[in-house]
Design a protein around this ligand. Sequence first.
Ligand SMILES: Cc1cc2nc3c(=O)[nH]c(=O)nc-3n(C[C@H](O)[C@H](O)[C@H](O)COP(=O)(O)OP(=O)(O)OC[C@H]3O[C@@H](n4cnc5c(N)ncnc54)[C@H](O)[C@@H]3O)c2cc1C
Ligand SMILES: NC(=O)c1ccc[n+]([C@@H]2O[C@H](COP(=O)([O-])OP(=O)(O)OC[C@H]3O[C@@H](n4cnc5c(N)ncnc54)[C@H](OP(=O)(O)O)[C@@H]3O)[C@@H](O)[C@H]2O)c1
Length: 579
Amino acid sequence: MAAWVVFSLCAASLSLALTQTSFQVPLQPEQIHQNDSDYHQFKWPIRKVAVIGAGVSGLVAYRELVDAGLDVKIFERDEVPGGVWHYSDETQGQPPIPNVDPQVADFVPSLPPPNAPLPHVVYHNDRNDNTGVTSAERWRDHRAPHGVWASLTSNVPAPLMKFNRHEWPPGSPWNIPHLNLQRYLRSVYSFYGINANDRSPHISYNTRVELVEKRHDSFGNEHGWKLTVKKLERLSPSSCKEKWWTEDFDAVVVATGTFNGPNMPNIPGLIEWHRRYPESILHSREYRRPEMFANHSVLIVGAGPSATGIAADLNPLVKRNVLSWRQSERSNTPVVFLNLLPQGIEVVVGIHQFHPENRTIELSDGTFLSDIDEIILSTGYRYTFPFLPQYHNSSIKGNEEGPQDQPQPIVTDGTHFRSLWRDLFYIDEPTLAFINQNLNVVTFTWGENFAIALAKVWTGTARLPSRQTMWKEYRDWVASQGGYGKWLLFIKWQKQEEIVSFFSSWLNTAAYQFGGKQATPSDPNERELLNVWGRAFFANSNPVKLPSTERKQQFGGHQQQVDSLEYAHSLLAYFTSGY
Ligand SMILES: Cc1cc2nc3c(=O)[nH]c(=O)nc-3n(C[C@H](O)[C@H](O)[C@H](O)COP(=O)(O)OP(=O)(O)OC[C@H]3O[C@@H](n4cnc5c(N)ncnc54)[C@H](O)[C@@H]3O)c2cc1C
Ligand SMILES: NC(=O)c1ccc[n+]([C@@H]2O[C@H](COP(=O)([O-])OP(=O)(O)OC[C@H]3O[C@@H](n4cnc5c(N)ncnc54)[C@H](OP(=O)(O)O)[C@@H]3O)[C@@H](O)[C@H]2O)c1
């Protein structure tokens, strides 16, 4: 999450006149079961919940659902908790060029043969395996290493990157090295007895969820969800065991993070360039250290935190360091980060076309780059939930909706997800939920309130509007955001106050009415904290030479491009001027 967004939280936090101490109101069972058609009625009781993913979001979901008395089990494909914050030198390898369908942008589900008795087990030994895939490669693809590089530190201050009741030790840095975040997360998982060495029945590590489908009772009525999962056990460096089984649950929380399917942009000539120079292209997900680029000329495509962070990391070692900023309309890029780039980085405009025949790259202002050794596509990620193929439909374009007689899609072109009420509950079946999947969500602190919402709704101590009302509210919201696209899930600062206020007032009203936990109120000290952090973060701001607006207007003609430069400078002024 970009640090600048966090600043707007302080406005939200101050505006909330919330009670600072939680209180309990005795539960009145008759209040829970009001037969009120204004509210959603669940088709089956919810007792057993699956959580997919053991990162920040998996932990908050687990904690709140268990606290509410539900029987919870987490499935995690990796061998340890932490998600993005489990750093490894190992990388996943180059994603396919061009982009594959979003449904398989993370992985192609691996299922047992049809009708095979379960559990189904297969052993692999590299000595006699004729598939051409080694056990090491099976493991790497199963766990999927993330896009954190060796020198990365958090761009959100430590006081906002922590769970309630689990403080950082005194003296901890505010820009947290990723290894500290990894240790922190593991220690909190240990605190709840679900770390990898705890052997808890409530979490299954090395286990990837391959398929989530509706379950039916003996009368053919829908009744919960069936998960097909695969556990991969490494028996030796050259052998492994795969085991598939199914488990039934009443509800499912998807806590798989947002950054699983790299976006490989469809820029003219990229496919041909890749065919000719396959080793020269990588995605930011595969970047770890600058040494392998020493004395090379590198082109970084994109201007988000990955692009600017990698450019800065590379800068001392590379011969030429070029960053291409396309400045698209309705961009979410926090351009203020460009001001943090060290001297020596050339910021150029977007790419018009790759010309592999003479190894040149044509920019949209008509100039050319030559002698580029590597291209690091720091072009972000796409939404992908391969274990939910029934809710993917890439044939639906732009603002089209899915066929009315079928379940509405959750992913279409991968730029956003949809059909969720408050980005949390799948409207057509709210026993399926997604947590912390927006862009710019403050995962630790907001995540707790999202998890409390899941726990309350599923235990009947908060209520969802009727399906019809949820669709209406949702459609009004999509329209207010300007329709479907990457921007839909980007939480603009104007929206942050609304989100924090909505969840606090909804959940705390429910706590008053039905009893149970209160949502965490915002910390009034956050404003001052963010002011201090902002001053420090942007203290060494370096006004790099950005492409001039006149030139951009000649070739692009979008007012937006001019605006974004002014926007960058106004943001910088805002952050550094205090309050
Ligand atoms: C390079 C980078 C830097 C970042 N820096 C910051 C920062 O400084 N500050 C900040 O606040 N945020 C930052 N973020 C955002 C970061 O994603 C959040 O901080 C947070 O880690 C998200 O937690 P999560 O649990 O939602 O997702 P993740 O951390 O992605 O965890 C998801 C988990 O789900 C598991 N999983 C996925 N699919 C399956 C499956 N099918 N079956 C079983 N398990 C599965 C994964 O293995 C993973 O462990 C950064 C992200 C990236 C990519
Ligand atoms: N802690 C840290 O220091 C750190 C470091 C890295 C990442 N992160 C976090 O990780 C997350 C992902 O960040 P990210 O930078 O990888 O992704 P991102 O924020 O989505 O940025 C992607 C960039 O690529 C550009 N882009 C997309 N498609 C393109 C195309 N076809 N041609 C040219 N440019 C294109 C985007 O421009 P448009 O805006 O025009 O689409 C944008 O500038 C964020 O939450 C971020 O905060 C944190």
